[in-house]
Design a protein around this ligand. Structure first.
Ligand code: AHR
Length: 504
């Protein structure tokens, strides 16, 4: 059998638009070991004087998140911000129904915002639009962003950071469509609430940007866009890729790409219908491989009924315990690499995204008492944060080779997925290539680009290879320099980044 071939077409004048840096954001939620035992562990010898794990901070800095979302997620829908401010010893513990965990409130607004500052990341706070009230939301906004002589501002001024925090992005609710959410609701109710909350939040502070909840349901999205689009800057979508097979995991981001395009069509139609001319785009504030058929299982009616009647209650956690933690493998990293391709192909549509989640819970960073593991899924993003600069490139990938994948649009996946960016200042081109063939090398010809390039390869002999505390460096990028004057040989199931050293 001859080696399969592909051609990549690059013309650095053909671009997809300026990539908003905020698509490389991260998400932290008070659940499992994301906060306690993740970013914050005052009793650990690895923590600084404020309780932040230094090793986690260093790893997070390699991902350089330009925005950080908190406190959830599902947790946000039962969270009352006042529980988490003031002297730590005075803060009440609460039982969080979303994750069945005792929340000490030791990590609250100030601890989160100080952490975001350490990372240089503007904050994205998610409001409780379930059990919370608009007054509580407005007071949190005032606490963070106002200097008026009102009690919430006085609270902040008495605390560790008297100056305004100027939190730029606020989300109205989280997955309010789903039965697993505190007080989930209909599209009409959510849309009306969002329009009214959004109006008042903007009247209180017109410098903020607002995110509204979207769903994997065009009817929900259409209702929200029509009723509340006027107050929103983003409609959020969540993408978790749950298929366990090799081809199923790789197909996930492609299905999400199709959903982005569908949703973009709805946004355009709603804007035209409602005569909206402001910038309204898509935000993906939760994304990543979730390697368990959890979501589909929990959407079975009999499972839902049992949970609604609390016949099968979740276990009660009084201490931080691992929740949805996995050892991600190379295949998962390939899915994450192609997800970045989606972001570079659609910067006109998606201008904010936060990975779910940053540490332990589904995270690219995994902690042990002795240190951190950079999971396979850490590496494509870390490489991108170095080299993906400026504007998305409209890269063509031609090949007749491919693999079957039932959950991919069209039922199959091309052997090669390619995307890239060009830095408008230096002219430097960065190309990212994923060979999806599980067992075959791919001969890739580059058309329109040549010369000296730095090559970063993420590969292991087995697509199921993972980084674990015992073998933290099983799958790590290798670097070399090559002169591209002929076809490039890509190993099977690999991710190759090429950074061209001259301008193109
Ligand atoms: O990231 C874990 C959970 O997944 C989030 O809390 C929720 O928004 C989603 O269902």
């Amino acid at each position: 059998m001859p080696t399969p071939t592909a051609t990549v077409l690059v013309d650095s004048r053909r671009t997809t638009g300026v990539v908003d840096d905020r698509v490389y954001g991260q998400f932290l939620e008070n659940m499992g070991r994301a906060i306690y035992g993740g970013v914050f562990e005052p009793d650990s010898p690895l923590a600084d004087a404020h309780g932040y794990r230094i090793d986690v901070l260093e790893a997070a800095r390699e991902l350089a998140p330009p925005v950080l979302r908190w406190p959830g997620g599902n947790f946000a829908s039962g969270y009352h911000w006042r529980d988490g401010i003031g002297p730590a010893e005075d803060r009440p513990a609460r039982f969080d129904l979303a994750w069945s965990m005792l929340e000490t409130n030791r990590f609250g607004t100030e601890e989160f915002l100080a952490y975001a500052r350490l990372l240089g990341a503007p904050a994205y706070l998610n409001l409780n639009a379930s059990t919370g009230t608009i007054d509580e939301a407005l007071e949190w906004l005032a606490y963070c962003n106002s200097d008026l002589p009102v009690p919430e501002v006085a609270l902040r001024q008495a605390g560790p950071h008297p100056e305004r925090h100027n939190v730029p992005i606020w989300g109205i609710g989280n997955e309010n469509f789903g039965w697993w959410q505190h007080l989930h609701t209909s599209a009409d109710s959510y849309a009306e609430l969002t329009r009214e909350w959004g109006k008042l939040l903007r009247w209180a502070d017109n410098r903020i940007s607002l995110v509204g909840v979207g769903a994997d349901d065009p009817d929900w999205n259409w209702t929200v866009l029509n009723e509340a689009g006027v107050v929103l800057d983003w409609l959020s979508l969540h993408f978790y890729w749950n298929e366990l097979s090799y081809e199923g995991a790789l197909a996930g981001p492609m299905a999400s790409e199709a959903e982005i395009c569908d949703t973009w069509g709805l946004i355009g139609a709603a804007k035209r219908r409602r005569k909206l001319n402001h910038d309204l785009r898509i935000c993906i504030d939760e994304w990543g491989v979730w390697p368990e058929p959890y979501l589909s299982m929990t959407n079975q009616p009999e499972v839902i009924n049992r949970r609604l009647r609390a016949e099968v209650g979740p276990p009660v956690h009084t201490e931080p315990v691992p929740m949805i933690e996995y050892h991600f493998d190379l295949k998962d990293a390939l899915a994450h690499a192609t997800w970045l391709h989606v972001l570079w192909r659609h910067p006109d549509k998606v201008s904010l995204a936060t990975q779910a989640q940053m540490v332990n819970v589904l995270g690219p960073i995994l902690t042990t008492p002795d240190g951190v593991v950079r999971q396979t899924t850490f590496h494509p993003l870390a490489v991108a944060r170095h080299f993906a600069l400026g504007t998305g490139l409209d890269v063509g990938a031609l090949t007749e080779a491919g693999i079957d994948a039932t959950n991919a649009p069209g039922g199959s996946l091309s052997a090669l997925d390619a995307a890239g960016t060009v830095d408008p200042d230096s002219g430097q081109v960065h190309l990212s290539l994923v060979n999806r063939l599980p067992d075959d090398e791919l001969l890739v010809g580059l058309d329109g680009i040549a010369g000296q390039a730095q090559r970063i390869t993420l590969w292991a002999d087995d697509p199921a290879a993972a980084n674990t505390p015992e073998a933290p460096d099983r799958v790590v990028p290798t670097e070399d320099q090559i002169d591209i004057d002929g076809p490039l040989v890509m190993p099977p199931h690999s991710h190759v980044t090429l950074v061209f050293l001259g301008s193109q």
